[in-house]
Design a protein around this ligand. Structure first.
Ligand code: GAR
Length: 208
C-alpha cells in the first residue's frame, strides 16, 4: 500500500474527489495518509477531519521563504514515510529540495490543457479568465509530474472540456472540475499506486 499525502490551500474539492474515489474502492493500492494545508482556514481541513485523515497546517507565514517551508515539508513527508505527494490546489511553489527528494513522485492537477494557460501566474480562476479572454473553444485539465519548471513536468493524464459561448470564469471552472479534474486526478493516483507509470524523457508511459 502506497502512502499518499495531499497538499491543499483552499476548498479541497480535489481532495474530496480522492476521498470519494478511495471510499468507492477505486484506489486499492493507495492510502490517503496525510493532508497538509498551507492555511489554517482552508475548508479542505474539514474534509480531512470528516474522512478521519490526519492533517497538518504548514503555515507559509511561519517561514522566511518558500525554501524554508519546503525543507520543513520534505522532512515531515519523509518522517511520515510518504510515497506519493499530490498537489491538489496547493498554491505555493515548492523548491528543488522536495523535487529531488521525490523524483517522479509528486503530481499536480492543473485546470487547463498544458502547455496552454500554465506557468507563473496561472492558478485558480485566473487560468479560466485567460482561457476565455483568448477565445479557446476547448479547455480541460492536466495531471502531471512536478519538475523544477512550473507546470512543465511530464504529463500523466489530460481531459478536454468544451467552452460555452456564455461561460464566465466560474462556470468554466466548475465544468472543468466536475468533468475533468475530479476524474483524472483519482485515476492518476490509482495508476501511480498500482506502479503503472514510467517516465522516459518527458513522456509518461502507462502500462496495462
Ligand atoms: C483547482 O481547480 C486546481 O486545478 C487549481 O486550483 C483549484 C483548487 O481547487 N490549481 C491550480 O490552479 C494550480 N496551478 P480545490 O481546492 O477545490 O481542489
Amino acid at each position: 500500500m502506497k502512502r499518499v499525502a495531499v497538499l491543499v490551500s483552499g476548498g479541497g474539492t480535489n481532495l474530496q474527489a480522492l476521498i470519494d474515489a478511495k471510499q468507492r474502492g477505486e484506489i486499492p493500492n493507495g492510502e490517503l495518509a496525510l493532508v497538509v494545508s498551507s492555511s489554517p482556514k482552508a475548508y479542505a481541513l474539514q474534509r480531512a477531519a470528516a474522512a478521519k485523515i490526519p492533517a497538518i497546517v504548514l503555515d507559509r507565514k511561519a517561514y522566511a521563504s518558500n525554501r524554508e517551508m519546503t525543507l520543513a515539508l520534505t522532512k515531515l513527508l519523509k518522517d511520515e514515510k510518504i510515497d506519493l505527494i499530490v498537489l491538489a490546489g496547493f498554491m505555493y511553489i515548492l523548491t528543488s529540495e522536495l523535487i529531488e527528494a521525490y523524483p517522479n513522485a509528486i503530481v499536480n492537477v492543473h485546470p487547463a490543457l498544458i502547455p496552454s494557460f500554465c506557468g507563473d501566474g496561472f492558478y485558480g480562476l485566473h487560468v479560466h479568465e485567460k482561457a476565455l479572454a483568448y477565445g479557446v473553444k476547448v479547455s480541460g485539465a492536466t495531471v502531471h509530474f512536478v519538475s523544477e519548471e512550473c507546470d512543465g513536468g511530464p504529463i500523466i493524464l489530460q481531459k478536454a472540456v468544451p467552452v460555452h459561448a456564455n461561460d464566465t470564469p466560474e462556470t468554466l471552472q466548475k465544468r472543468i472540475m466536475e468533468q475533468a479534474e475530479w476524474k483524472i486526478l483519482p485515476q492518476a493516483v490509482c495508476l501511480f499506486c498500482d506502479d503503472k507509470l514510467s517516465v522516459e524523457g518527458r513522456v509518461v508511459h502507462i502500462s496495462e
